[in-house]
Design a protein around this ligand. Structure first.
Ligand SMILES: Cc1ncc(COP(=O)(O)O)c(C=O)c1O
Length: 432
């Protein structure tokens, strides 16, 4: 064990997972590549969990941060006007499609979801929340209560009464033989049943990720979240789209993940990629909902001059370089290539994804059961070949890939080649 790894284990929580048997320390980065403390270079297809979404050392973002640092002001608090914050809120409100939208900035996705849940439960005078099975919305007392993935449940205690809906569990034997339309109808019927039999009426909201991140890039059929929202609106319940992983055009087909579902949510939560590494998150909500929260509220660091300078520069870059189109084009090329490579391999299960957000399940070649052990092996096999990827899924068996949205075609092909080669090697090992 390296000296730094040993020190890490002594002073950091045991529940803070580290990738790789010999964990990596990344010390520099440029474009789509990072370098570790031993000088090895890697193509990065995970970007600090989708957070360095433009890649590394992007001059436009670095210079925006340096300009702000040059003023001598890193922090003022929201007791004073912050120009970058107002400008970023204006852009986000416009892009959201939400009527009379207002924005509250936080430092993380967790705080964003906490705020959205607070707004919804206050507006509805109800603590009844609906979430999807296999969901992940962050790590705090409130959002752990709406986590539909047992591996991430840090406490059974909860401020909400929660019911979980179907939508990303089509693989279960009860649903496996259904067509997509039949599955969707069964999900909506289940929602109506839950509303009329399991809740005490007056549900506050549904919160859902359009593509589940920690869940292994599993996703409901297109349109389902819109159908859910329509049913819920009949009773006044709200819909919160958690766009922490799916926003900014990463799915290629749309700017926001919810746009695949034919609805506009009442609230959007965001974080991760917007600051290209600087800590930023927030909620975009209908103005009446946002303003309806009783009492004062601040987030001391939320929307600070530095993070909103980075946020503006990152968002402007995404829009002016049409990175959504890059995500659509290179994403479909990689997903197609991955399907072709995975097809004949017994260790490879489902390949899925949208744009530059794609996954492949690792399964036991004999039984077809999810194999977290083979997924872990794949992490090592890709690292050995110079590629960083992520892991997730309800059983820890899904490989998750989310390259920078600035990815070049050459880097896309290189990454795909490594993934295919590593899959073949792990398949061969598993057959022995
Ligand atoms: C969909 C989703 N929501 C919320 C969060 C929590 O964000 P943070 O870790 O910034 O608190 C995450 C983090 O992975 C996420 O994937």
């Amino acid at each position: 064990m390296s000296e730094l790894h040993e020190r890490h284990r002594r002073v950091l929580p045991s529940w803070l997972p580290l990738y790789y048997a010999d964990p990596l320390e990344l010390v520099s980065g440029s474009g789509s590549r990072v370098t570790d403390a031993e000088g090895h270079s890697y193509l990065d297809f995970f970007c600090g969990i989708l957070t360095s979404m433009l890649g590394y050392d992007v001059p436009e973002v670095r210079e925006a941060v340096e300009r702000q640092l040059g003023t001598g002001i890193v922090h003022t608090s929201t007791l004073y006007l912050i120009r970058h914050q107002v400008e970023l809120a204006e852009k986000l409100a416009r892009l959201s499609g939400i009527e009379n939208a207002k924005v509250f900035f936080t430092n993380s996705g967790t705080e964003a979801n906490e705020t959205a849940l607070m707004i919804a439960t206050a507006a509805r005078r109800s603590n009844q929340v609906l979430a999807l099975r296999n969901s992940y919305h962050g790590h705090s007392f409130g959002v752990i209560a709406i986590t539909g993935n047992g591996a991430w449940k840090s406490t059974p205690l909860a401020p909400f009464s929660v019911h979980y809906l179907h939508g990303t569990d089509r693989y279960l034997s009860a649903f496996a033989s259904l067509s997509e339309a039949e599955y969707q109808a069964a999900c909506v019927q289940d929602l109506r049943h839950v509303l009329s039999t399991a809740t005490a009426g007056d549900v506050a909201c549904l919160i859902a990720e359009p593509v589940q991140g920690v869940g292994g890039f599993t996703m409901p059929p297109d349109g389902l979240l819109g159908e859910y929202a329509a049913v819920l609106r009949g009773s006044g319940a709200l819909f919160i789209a958690d766009e922490v992983q799916t926003g900014w055009g990463r799915t290629g087909e749309h700017f926001w993940g919810f746009q695949a579902h034919g609805t506009v949510p009442d609230m959007i939560t965001f974080a991760k990629g917007l600051g290209n590494g600087m800590a930023i998150g927030g909620v975009i909500a209908r103005g009446d909902l946002m303003d309806g929260l009783p009492g004062y509220g601040i987030s001391t660091f939320g929307g600070n001059p530095l993070s909103t300078a980075a946020g503006n520069a990152t968002l402007d870059y995404v829009l002016s370089h049409d990175l959504q189109r890059n995500a659509a084009e290179l994403g479909s090329m990689i997903i197609g290539g991955l399907r072709e490579a995975a097809g004949p391999l017994a260790v490879a299960g489902e390949v899925r994804g949208k744009g530059l957000m794609f996954a492949v399940d690792l399964v036991d070649p004999q039984t077809g059961a999810p194999s977290p052990a083979l997924a872990t092996r794949m992490l090592e096999a890709t690292r050995e070949r110079g590629l960083l990827i992520g892991k997730g899924g309800l059983y820890g068996h899904a490989l998750r890939m989310a390259p920078p949205m600035t990815l070049s075609e050459a880097d896309a092909k290189e990454g795909l080649g490594i993934l295919a080669d590593a899959l073949r090697a792990v398949n061969e090992e598993a057959a022995k």
